[in-house]
Design a protein around this ligand. Structure first.
Ligand SMILES: C[S@@+](CC[C@H](N)C(=O)[O-])C[C@H]1O[C@@H](n2cnc3c(N)ncnc32)[C@H](O)[C@@H]1O
Length: 272
């Protein structure tokens, strides 16, 4: 059988039955986080490595470049090493960026791909584009083929007290505006027709459900992207939260709300 190859990944569609590990449903139930290798899972607010892995497998080829604008502990770039993709990660917090650099370099690099961690504010339209250009030039490229965005879910976790930190925005409107700036910063570096993946959850404030995911989705759509999928991913509570299960159940019954058990992984395609 002739090999049918999709231009944005290395999947051989004539062997589609063999790709059991590639998810194609819009409900992701991931009971166990991958804790192997450099994935130490000790950063509060990191995503499970399976999220970037799924996106990288579906929407990039070996040797492509992945740009993550909220690198945190480096999960995306560790996956890049495993899957043979180059990676650039932006992180505002200097100390966090250093830890990520160490973690990433401790992961095996069988394909000798290049990774760069850039200590920068992703919503800074003046300075960050130059830094991204420089990082891309350092790996001999001009564009990325996949953008990953896993911003703070506004103030749910305060990552630092730095001004530019999106988790420090004084209100939801400012958070959404700054998130829009991030999309403006990364968009010129994403090759046309390629994917931007947004991982985000909603929040509860003063008795009201705040649909951060919806607001951020609008920011991406307003910049001409096409929505390809909205995935609902289950959120497993940490041990502390699990111990408080009964309290939360009581609060939910008393307060007329539902307890968050999911977040979203949204897939957009950059129009040509
Ligand atoms: C939800 S975490 C991302 C976690 C990451 N996906 C991981 O697996 O470790 C958000 C990260 O964005 C960083 N951050 C917040 N505001 C930022 C900004 N304006 N520019 C760059 N990074 C920022 C925070 O320091 C935090 O590490």
């Amino acid at each position: 059988m002739t090999r049918k190859k999709s231009p944005i990944n290395d999947l051989d569609l004539s062997r589609w039955r063999e790709y059991d590990d590639v998810i194609t449903d819009s409900l992701w139930l991931i009971p166990e986080r991958d804790r192997s290798g450099a994935h130490l899972a000790d950063y509060h607010g990191n995503f499970v490595p399976q999220i970037p892995r799924q996106a990288i497998q579906r929407f990039t080829k070996k040797g492509d470049v992945v740009l993550d604008a909220f690198l945190g502990s480096g999960t995306t770039l560790i996956e890049c090493r495993r899957l043979g993709r180059n990676g650039i990660g932006l992180e505002l917090n200097d100390e966090r960026a250093k830890i990520a650099r160490r973690r990433i370099s401790s992961e095996k690099n069988p394909d000798k791909i290049k990774t760069r961690v850039v200590n920068s504010n992703s919503s800074d339209l003046k300075h960050t584009p130059k830094r991204i250009s420089k990082a891309l030039a350092g790996i001999g490229r001009e564009k990325a083929q996949l953008v990953m965005l896993h911003p703070p879910y506004h103030s749910i976790i305060r990552f630092s007290d730095q001004d530019g930190d999106l988790s420090n925005c004084p209100n939801v409107d400012t958070f959404v505006e700054k998130f829009g700036n991030v999309v403006d910063v990364v968009t010129p570096f994403l090759e046309d027709d390629r994917y931007l993946v947004l991982v985000i959850g909603d929040m509860y404030e003063r008795g009201e459900w705040i649909p951060l995911s919806y607001f951020c989705m609008q920011q991406v759509l307003e910049r001409g992207y096409k929505l390809k999928s909205i995935v609902v991913k289950d959120m497993q509570g940490n041990r502390a939260k699990r111990n408080l299960k009964n309290i939360w159940r009581y609060r939910a019954l008393a307060g007329g709300f539902y307890i968050f058990k999911h977040e979203y992984v949204m897939f957009f395609r950059k129009a040509e």
